[in-house]
Design a protein around this ligand. Structure first.
Ligand SMILES: CC(C)(COP(=O)(O)OP(=O)(O)OC[C@H]1O[C@@H](n2cnc3c(N)ncnc32)[C@H](O)[C@@H]1OP(=O)(O)O)[C@@H](O)C(=O)NCCC(=O)NCCS
Length: 160
């Protein structure tokens, strides 16, 4: 079930995933404040009976655009289509948004390109750092049908 994070308790449950997405506790802490208090910033967590398996965060931009600020799937669940479903959920939960944007690096760029995003290198943030990419996707170019994802997503070994 995809749930909007509104409480510190939900936030704490998602901490390992947020570390996967952000890499630094200082960033996790700063974004925690934003996601819990700023109406422009929202975080969704994919809950299962075994706990959270995915997170996706958004920042609303002016006009009909939104930025995917963070996305992470718990490592045992990767490669099962859950990342794709979270992006599809992004579209369906924001019906007024016509364009999604994000920044990423080499680790995830193939994922976004596979989903129909256009990604252009913008160079490293600082000399010696890894190359960053600015990726965009319009609703018309999104790969796969944009439907609301199912309310539950079970692991194969959950007996579903
Ligand atoms: C990037 C991430 C969210 C992808 O989630 P996922 O659930 O593994 O992705 P999916 O299974 O939905 O993959 C969708 C498609 O992209 C492809 N894909 C996913 N990750 C890929 C990768 N690293 N390289 C190449 N292709 C990839 C899949 O093979 C699949 O292709 P298909 O259409 O042939 O089935 C996940 O790997 C993750 O959490 N990574 C760590 C955090 C991170 O890097 N976040 C992004 C920072 S911007």
């Amino acid at each position: 079930m995809l749930t909007l994070v509104t409480s510190p308790h939900q936030w704490e449950e998602a901490l390992p995933l947020l570390m996967d997405a952000m890499g630094r506790w200082s960033a996790v802490s700063e974004w925690g404040r934003r996601y819990l208090t700023d109406p422009e910033d929202t975080l969704w967590v994919w809950e299962t009976p075994r706990g959270p398996v995915g997170v996706i965060g958004f920042h609303r931009q002016p006009g009909r655009s939104a930025e995917i600020t963070h996305i992470a799937i718990h490592s045992p669940w990767r490669g099962r289509g859950l990342g794709r479903q979270l992006i599809q959920a992004a579209w369906s939960r924001h019906p007024d948004v016509e364009q999604l944007v994000l920044e990423t690096d080499d680790d995830a760029i193939a994922f976004y390109r596979r989903l129909g995003w256009d990604c252009q290198a913008i160079g490293p943030k600082k000399p010696g750092w890894r190359t960053r990419y600015r990726c965009t996707c319009s609703r018309n170019d999104a790969s796969g049908s944009i439907v609301d994802v199912g309310s539950h997503f079970m692991r194969k070994d959950d007996g579903a």
